[in-house]
Design a protein around this ligand. Structure first.
Ligand code: MN
Ligand code: MN
Length: 300
């Protein structure tokens, strides 16, 4: 499959990919691969349509916290003219929490409540908060920081991430995903993507992933999440097959779907996303994703 040459096409692909993966995966979140095969026996044993449902009883095309927090962060960045500030991000996440979202991670909730009490937009350093909650919402920062200095990229990522997840493993995984998105946006090579993903596990062995031993039922632990995403992405050759692979592993499927959607969307571009999936999304979500992708790209 040929890959797109325009950065805008890739940026829009990443943002719509995020929403598509979230909406697709949410249907099977917390199911095991075996349960998915049984539940979708009539569809050939695979879940592959955006139909809503799941434990959240979603409407078809509805998205969850992964996309909602990304959009909240993106809006805050755009409102401040392209700056990523911890306090601005914390206020954006906090007002999102006040809107009574359908789902919210435990670490996110706990540390946003702490922010309300202290006004400090940085969670305490924690060895235990290596969840995927700061990584799932980083796309606006990735789109904004293409081509910037490493120090600026790190500062921007940590400003948003540490509001709720102040953990070295989360930082390493998030920065790796940002670099992968940047490689794709700058029309880098497949081998460059692979080298970047492998560099992560050489520094943090927790992230080691095998091309043969499948990470099934990935948890919200950021290493499990990215192992499933990398396995699915590097073993497939289209947006559609990557997303079907990753969400049918079950577990934290909306988030593996969201992150795989970001990566595969950036790589294959908007035209690589099956139209039936984009058409199934809530119209207002499509509009906000496309608009933010365009505006953040302009600011980069
Ligand atoms: Mn979610
Ligand atoms: Mn999730």
């Amino acid at each position: 499959m040929t890959t797109p040459d325009s950065r805008a096409e890739r940026a829009t692909g990443a943002y719509l990919g995020l929403a598509v993966g979230d909406a697709l995966g949410a249907t099977v979140e917390f199911l095991t691969p075996g349960e998915i095969r049984r539940n979708f026996a009539r569809e050939g044993g695979e879940h592959k349509e955006i139909i809503g449902g799941g434990w959240l009883h979603l409407k078809a095309g509805q998205i969850t916290d992964d996309t909602a927090m990304s959009l909240a962060l993106g809006e805050a960045i755009l409102a401040s003219g392209g700056k990523v500030k911890a306090l601005t991000a914390a206020h954006a996440f906090d007002s999102w929490m006040r809107s009574k979202p359908i789902d919210i991670g435990n670490t996110v909730r706990r540390n946003l409540i702490l922010f309300r009490q202290t006004g400090i937009p940085e969670a305490p350093v924690s060895e235990h908060d290596a969840g995927n909650g700061a990584v799932m919402r980083l796309l606006p920062v990735a789109l904004l920081t293409v081509g910037r200095d490493e120090a600026e990229i790190v500062a921007a990522f940590k400003a948003q991430a540490h509001v709720t997840h102040n953990n070295p493993l989360s930082d390493a995984g998030g920065l790796c995903l940002i670099h992968l998105v940047h490689i794709a946006l700058q029309s880098g090579t497949w081998n460059a993507l692979k080298a970047e993903a492998r560099a992560l596990e050489s520094r943090y062995p927790e992230y080691a992933w095998s091309t043969t031993r499948r990470q099934e039922n990935p948890s919200a632990y950021v290493a499990h999440t990215l192992q499933a995403v990398f396995q699915a992405f590097f073993a497939t050759d289209s947006f559609e097959s990557c997303l079907i692979d990753v969400v049918n592993r079950g577990g934290d499927a909306d988030t593996t779907g969201a992150i795989a959607g970001v990566l595969a969307g950036a790589w294959y571009g908007r035209r690589g996303i099956p139209p039936r999936w984009i058409n199934a999304l809530d119209r207002s979500i499509v509009r906000r994703c496309v608009e933010q992708a365009e505006r953040l790209t302009c600011l980069s």
